[in-house]
Write a protein that binds this ligand. Structure first.
Ligand SMILES: [Zn+2]
Length: 257
């Protein structure tokens, strides 16, 4: 028996057309019931809106990816008014967060400017009661938790989370969600995370087109392997794990079944 899955974090607009079409064609074959396509900037928001209009299985989030140079003057305002205009078509605000990797390359990065952008998106999420999709790892996760608490945000999804045990505890207390990528098949750190994080706060994702192996391009079907691994780590049956992950995602993003 095969159970349905949802990729809770993918950049569908970042794939080349051929692969994107392949993914959309394969949905039934691999029981992929939904894709949450997150946006990285204004153009990306527009592409994802078009995709979500074209394909009923595609839902979109609108935001500005933090691992890039600060946007040109006016881009954040453009995205914020895009959200005002299309909030009924938007499932969430994201991908937003703080630039951890970029900061490793350039320590002079003006973090405060990124924080202001994140805060503007958090306020927008509160305004429209939308969940927030976060790229916030290690120390950035704590800074982000502070901001979420400041605005009493309850629905937060930390995608591909990496961080300390203390931060993890804080996130579980707040009932924030995390999602794991196919790196759970070989990364001890992700396996430990799965062990510690409650199943009822877990989702699965590919973050595609990010590549995990040199043999295969990233496709949502890989999530089946991730779920097998989660079953093994949690020592729980397939039916329970598949259903829980699926229901978590539907409920969190208020997607239709
Ligand atoms: Zn992403």
């Amino acid at each position: 028996m095969t159970f349905p899955i949802i990729d809770s974090h993918i950049h569908l607009d970042w794939y080349d057309q051929e692969k994107r079409e392949q993914i959309l064609r394969d949905m039934d074959t691999y029981h992929v019931k939904g894709l949450l396509s997150v946006s990285s900037g204004f153009d990306s928001c527009r592409s994802n809106l078009q995709l979500s209009n074209e394909y009923k299985e595609v839902s979109m989030a609108a935001g500005f990816h933090p691992e890039q140079k600060l946007p040109a003057e006016g881009e954040i305002d453009q995205i914020l008014s895009f959200i005002d205009q299309h909030h009924t078509r938007i499932a969430a605000i994201g991908e937003v967060g703080l630039p951890y990797y970029l900061r490793q390359e350039d320590s002079s990065l003006p973090l405060d400017a990124y924080k202001e952008i994140l805060e503007a998106f958090i306020r927008k999420a509160v305004q429209y009661h939308k969940p927030v999709v976060l790229h916030a790892i290690y120390d950035d996760a704590d800074v982000t938790c502070d901001l979420l608490e400041k605005y009493s945000v309850r629905k937060a999804h930390f995608h591909w989370f990496k961080g300390s045990t203390e931060t993890l505890k804080r996130m579980v207390d707040k009932r924030y969600y995390i999602s794991v990528t196919p790196d759970c098949l070989y990364k001890e750190r992700t396996q430990q995370l799965i062990k510690r994080y409650p199943l009822e706060l877990l989702m699965v994702e590919t973050d595609g087109p990010w590549e995990f192996t040199s043999r295969e391009w990233t496709h949502p079907k890989m999530i089946h392997q991730s779920i097998n691994k989660i079953c093994e780590i949690k020592q729980k049956g397939k039916k329970q794990v598949y259903n829980q992950l699926y229901d978590n995602t539907i409920r969190f993003y208020e997607l239709s079944k």
